[in-house]
Design a protein around this ligand. Structure first.
Ligand code: UDP
Length: 235
């Protein structure tokens, strides 16, 4: 049963339960972009993201990735294992877009020669700045270099699994953001969500954007795009 609110983020509320080791994640309809400078709401988005993220986490679990997901308990709620979130946003990119194109001048849509893994500090007040391995150690975000290695290896493995998964559904996985947590037994596990809020997904034939860029760039039909993603990954 849901008890008091533990944490509210931009896309989810996290509640305590009677069991100290379990939380409930409630997916919200709110949409934010550009470090919450742009705000919106899309009725039903929470349910869509909950379903999409659950399917993706189940696929990853089947492929040997440990995650915080226990099970879904309603249309927009997941029961999750309590873990201590490592405050690093791990970005994985296959195709140039977004801030990579802006920072380095690589044209949007250009295939990268290898999957690029980048880190941002998860800190809204600082605007989630890009950081490197040494910053992670300097700020004690991780215990040691081994943990950084583990995070990078898991991120690449998740990317390999998802590239193939989305490719089979006629989608290009352009880039995505993931977060990890430390479980009770100090293991690094996948946490947070993987949804069109945190990924860039393009139609393989037309390059049509089917993710949060529709909101960021005022392209319209945000919900229709998320529904299309759900339809393709369920099919
Ligand atoms: N991303 C995210 N949360 C963030 C920043 C990025 O989910 O706080 C995702 C974003 O949706 C994209 C990928 O990470 O799929 C790479 O984002 P980029 O750095 O290009 O972000 P932008 O500047 O476009 O927000």
């Amino acid at each position: 049963m849901k008890k008091e609110l533990f944490y509210e983020g931009k896309g989810k509320k996290i509640f305590k339960t009677q069991d100290d080791d379990l939380f409930i994640a409630e997916f919200k309809d709110d949409l934010t972009a550009f470090n919450a400078e742009k705000k919106g709401k899309e009725e039903g988005k929470g349910k869509l993201n909950c379903k999409i993220s659950t399917i993706i986490f189940e696929i990853l679990k089947k492929n040997g990735i440990k995650t915080h997901l226990v099970k879904t308990i309603s249309d927009n709620e997941q029961l999750i294992e309590r873990c201590q979130i490592i405050p690093i946003e791990v970005l994985v990119r296959n195709i140039a877009a977004g801030s990579l194109s802006k920072r380095l001048g690589i044209k949007e849509g250009e295939n990268l020669p290898f999957a690029l893994v980048e880190f941002c500090l998860k800190d809204d007040k600082l605007g989630d700045p890009f950081i490197n391995d040494e910053h992670c150690l300097l700020l004690n975000l991780v215990k040691d270099q081994n943990q950084i290695q583990t995070i990078k290896e898991l991120a690449r493995k998740i990317n390999t699994i998802l590239l193939d998964f989305f490719d089979q559904r006629n989608l290009k996985l352009v880039d995505f953001k993931i977060e990890f947590g430390l479980s009770k037994n100090q293991e690094i596990i996948l946490a947070d969500e993987i949804s069109p809020d945190s990924c860039r997904l393009w139609d393989k034939n037309t390059n049509e954007k089917l993710d949060k860029d529709r909101f960021r760039q005022d392209l319209g039909n945000v919900k229709i795009a998320y529904e299309e993603i759900l339809k393709r990954i369920m099919g």
